[in-house]
Design a protein around this ligand. Sequence first.
Ligand code: GTP
Ligand code: MG
Ligand code: ZN
Length: 302
Amino acid sequence: MERVEGVVARVRGPVADVLLPDGRVVPAVPRGALKRERRGTLLAVGDRVEVVERRDKDTWVIESIAPRHRALVRRWPNTRGRVDVIVANPDQALFMFAVRDPHPRLQMLDRLLIIAEDNDIPAGVIVNKLDLADEEEARELFRDYEAAGYPVFYMSIAEGRGLEPVREYVRGKMTVLAGPSGVGKSSLINVLEPGVMLPTGEISRKWRQGRHTTVMAQLIPLREGGYVVDTPGLREVGLWGIDLENLDYYFPEFRPYLGKCKFNDCRHLNEPGCAVLQAVEEGKISPRRYESYVNILLSGGE
Ligand SMILES: Nc1nc2c(ncn2[C@@H]2O[C@H](COP(=O)(O)OP(=O)(O)OP(=O)(O)O)[C@@H](O)[C@H]2O)c(=O)[nH]1
Ligand SMILES: [Mg+2]
Ligand SMILES: [Zn+2]
């Protein structure tokens, strides 16, 4: 039987929906030996696989899974390093927030960016729903991230503006789109790739939050090349298992000052001769981002 290369578009329990080069999406199950050989997450969205059609049974079998060159992972507390792979092989991540409805929680964004740094995934930020707020205020709110060197895309999907730079950013790459519920992740994919028609959900009027419309990660191919992975809205972002030794390095705007503190093991809290603290005092590092660093360091990543 002929082997065909595909990419996992969704995982539904033991079955993976595999996207084939001809555009078909077929259900496939891994052959038994794979289940015994592989540790951790057997299959994740984004995994590159080889499948074979079983003509008699009308199913496909996953014969092999390519090694992951990178992964967006979630670690668990108190499980001796248990790791779940959320997306395999992403080239980059876009973390999406809205200027309001829901209100942007910047601590969550800080944490998502740390996870991206820890997983070695280049990241950008999307600020949506500009139609609901004053644009200058929105830009002011997210200026810290531009200063840190992250690309920040401002848009209103409702008004159809600000989409082109994102279209360019995702072209030819595998991009994970993540953020809280209700910010417009699925709406964005629907306009980037007409014809997809992912379900979207109204914001709850009472809570001004999303209703967790998207329930599982799903890979969507783009006709201009590349893929976007839609993900379910996040409630919280834990940093268990993050290497806190490197936390300062995970704030890119700190990097010019690292290694310049008086003490080699400086944690940049209140040590004398700290170059990071001095940069905060001189207005070169945002006090809010610095505060986020301190909070995460002192909470041990919880
Ligand atoms: N005012 C305004 N509303 C928007 C905009 N973009 C999306 N929405 C609305 O926001 C709501 C939530 O959009 P979704 O695309 O379902 O959000 P999501 O991030 O996929 O949410 P989950 O799947 O729950 O994680 C929908 O009612 C959209 O129509 C925008 O630019 N402005
Ligand atoms: Mg959604
Ligand atoms: Zn220091």
